[in-house]
Design a protein around this ligand. Structure first.
Ligand code: CO8
Length: 296
């Protein structure tokens, strides 16, 4: 397990919401993490021939990787560290063969009341994965339920093992999705399929998830993580600067009208002409040799 590398500043950033209030339950989690210097709920490593793929495995097997506060604080920290690591071009998040993540931690949530959830802006600390500049691949084996499916959808690409199950079962708990399950899922698979999933709580399998466009590829269970890392290596071999610009442009399509999005895309495309790597890429093509990207 890797020790924290980001230091106090990024921990503070992980802890304070925009209005400056502290997520109290998470303070305890971070204090625990800082005192041990280790992740309690993650295995963090670098993978690939050039060690340029950041690898995060959710590792809370007894609770099927249920996303407790402590795990989410650690995940924020691990993603932040890889985002700040100049050698890493892509991040893979995975779980176990049985569960990517079986949702937010129901035992932790059960005690919360409305004022506490509202006051702490519960779920606000979940945004780092969606906001990371670098591409993130979710490699999903087993259950991706509730917050687990929402976490996968915060990633940029989802690869699935053939036994994966994707669902939003919150309705069965008397609540609704709270971290993107009504929004990202609908954008991803359309209203009718999303409605059926959130209103019944019934999961879909990997094959149906691929057909619906939630997942980009399905692999045998034991090959999934290697395939995700291979994809991560392919992405990491590109210019990291231009990958980030490309990700930002695709992500903008979820927030903007077509006209605004096309304008944003064109300006971002124009901006690549100010980079070293655009010149390096086109010159290498003309000279019939691999490009030497410098990430600037
Ligand atoms: N929270 C806490 N513990 C869990 C969770 C969970 N989500 N899921 C499983 N566990 C625990 C079980 O309690 C059990 O622990 P114990 O042995 O101590 O009783 C252990 O994991 C193994 O689970 P099961 O015995 O139930 O394993 P099965 O193989 O029989 O069943 C299932 C696997 C089908 C995945 C089943 O565990 C299940 O239905 N889990 C709950 C799934 C669910 O409802 N998820 C949605 C949670 S709500 C949510 O995610 C809202 C997100 C909103 C945003 C939150 C932002 C913070």
């Amino acid at each position: 397990m890797a020790a924290f590398r980001g230091g106090v500043t990024s921990l503070k950033n992980a802890l304070f919401n925009p209005s400056g209030s502290v997520f109290r339950s998470q303070v305890a989690a971070v204090v625990r993490c800082m005192s041990t210097g280790q992740y309690q709920n993650l295995i963090v490593d670098k993978k690939g021939q050039n060690q340029n793929v950041g690898f995060i495995q959710l590792n809370r097997p007894k609770a099927l990787n249920a996303l407790c506060d402590e795990l989410m604080v650690e995940l924020t920290q691990a993603v932040t560290d890889f985002e700040n690591d100049g050698n890493v071009g892509c991040i893979v998040i995975t779980g176990s063969e049985k569960a990517f993540a079986a949702g937010a931690d129901i035992k932790e949530m059960q005690k919360r009341d409305f004022s506490q959830a509202y006051d702490e802006n519960f779920t606000a600390a979940w945004t780092k994965v969606a906001e990371c500049k670098k591409p993130i691949i979710a490699a999903v084996n087993g259950y991706a339920l509730g917050g687990g499916n929402e976490l996968a959808m915060m990633c940029d690409i989802i690869y699935a093992g053939e036994k994966a199950k994707f669902g939003q079962p919150e309705i069965k708990l008397g609540t609704i999705p709270g971290a993107g399950g009504t929004q990202r899922l609908t954008q991803s698979i359309g209203k009718s399929k999303a409605m059926e999933m959130v209103l019944t709580g019934n999961p879909i399998n990997a094959e149906d998830a691929e057909k619906a466009g939630l997942v980009s590829k399905v692999f045998p269970v034991e090959q999934l993580v290697d395939e995700a890392i291979k994809l991560g290596e392919t992405i990491s071999a590109q210019s990291k600067l231009v990958s980030a610009m490309c990700k930002e442009a695709v992500s903008a399509s979820f927030e903007m009208s077509l006209r605004e999005g096309l304008h944003f895309e064109k300006r971002t495309f124009h901006a690549t002409f100010a980079t070293h790597d655009r010149m390096a890429g086109m010159t290498a093509f003309i000279e019939k040799r691999p490009a030497d990207f410098k990430d600037k």
